[in-house]
Ligand binder design. Sequence first.
Ligand SMILES: C[S@@+](CC[C@H](N)C(=O)[O-])C[C@H]1O[C@@H](n2cnc3c(N)ncnc32)[C@H](O)[C@@H]1O
Length: 213
Amino acid sequence: MHPKKPFSQACDNNKGPILDTLRQVFTAPTTVLEIGTGTGQHAVHFATHLPHLYWQTSDHPNHYQLCQPWLIDAGLPNIGNPIALNVSQEPWPLMEFSGVFSANTAHIMAWHEVEAMFAGVGRGLADSAVPENEERGQFCLYGPFKYNGDFTSASNQSFDQHLRSHAAHMGIRNIESLIELAQSHGMVLAQDRTMPANNQLLVWRTTTEPEAL
Ligand SMILES: C[S@@+](CC[C@H](N)C(=O)[O-])C[C@H]1O[C@@H](n2cnc3c(N)ncnc32)[C@H](O)[C@@H]1O
């Protein structure tokens, strides 16, 4: 094992349940862009178990190298070296993807960054051709969310307070606000899957007819 591999217990706990959904969503060979890769544990797990995908890692320019120890240790042919991507930058360094995955980012980013993430994802999915047997470009967003302003658990409410006490721009997002935002960028909520530990996996799908590969 690489001595400096960063480790997230939450990633280790949720990688199995997330994989079960990704298997059903990303069925055809394609490039999946991961936004906010973090430690790289998710990237290695998903690329190992979904070898038909090319998993393109990325993170904020201040953190994008963090995942390197996991990627180097795994040595997988279907993981792309991390690219520096701040969702607020224009243009994005990579726009060729027909799938997107992001975990635990929407409550860390400021709202204007969440807006930029949906704008960039919507643009990229609209511009990229989708694999032949998939209907639409898809964006899987994992994390805790609120419904009509209500938390799904007391622990999520405490987590939200904890986030806001550290930085006012952070906080658990309302799903209704995300639905509205997604619509303005050509995406609809296709699935909302309840996951362990009071999290959700939201699957957004483009609404326009894609061009086949
Ligand atoms: C809580 S960590 C989640 C990391 C990993 N996805 C996971 O589930 O463990 C939040 C991630 O969002 C990234 N992030 C925050 N703001 C960002 C931005 N403006 N653009 C791209 N990534 C951002 C951080 O660098 C960090 O990797």
